[in-house]
Design a protein around this ligand. Sequence first.
Ligand code: PEP
Length: 258
Amino acid sequence: MPSRTPIVVGNWKMTQDKASAVALAVGVHQAWGAGSGVEVGVCPAFVHLDAVGAALRQAGSRVILGAQDVWTDPNGAFTGEVSLSMLTDLGVQLVLCGHSERRHVIGESDELVGKKVSAVLNAGLRAILCCGETLSEREAGQTDRVNERQVRAGLAGVKADQLDRLVIAYEPVWAIGTGRNATPGDAQAAHVRIRAVVASLFGDAAAGAMRIQYGGSMKPDNARALIDQPDVDGGLIGGAALKAETFLPIVQAAVGSR
Ligand code: PEP
């Protein structure tokens, strides 16, 4: 099996105030310490990126600073949106693209998500492309078809030499924030199919090197079983990322998985 360093990223969504965001980031940094064998990232709300980034830099932290979204154009009349240069100015290194809530609550299309992935990679940052089926799609037996459609559209503008800055997150919509996670076997099966889609686009070597995280009610008590699956390369974590004491055991599970 190719060796892929697992990556565990916390998506803090629309939670925290400035002080608690900084405290959480510092808490993650201090608890993780000089840990190795895993990459760790946090994605605060836009308005907290500056303060969280400053705190992480001051601590000399290796915790990756991520944003939850971005707009595709470099500047202009896009009221309420945030550009890549604004993010890089704050030290952001990674951007989530096509999170389930962006797709299903805000209404982002596959095509827009693909444009965001390309814009992020073209700007030299790292992207996490999220994909995943809804409950009705799963019940209709369309899990693999939906993932394939979202991954193909998400990678439509990506160049082969940008793939090392891309991670895919498989996040079944029905598992996000519900307390109901995919079984390790279900996650593994979906990841294998997603990897096959990457292989069909970029070849086996690129697919073998691609990290595919699982997201959806990953918690300290189920993380190890999920990340132990050979094609599950870490986690994208919502609820359990909001406290260092529930996030760190997931990070440790990822370290122990390889
Ligand atoms: C997420 O928001 O990406 C997520 C996986 O949330 P939760 O862990 O709360 O299901």
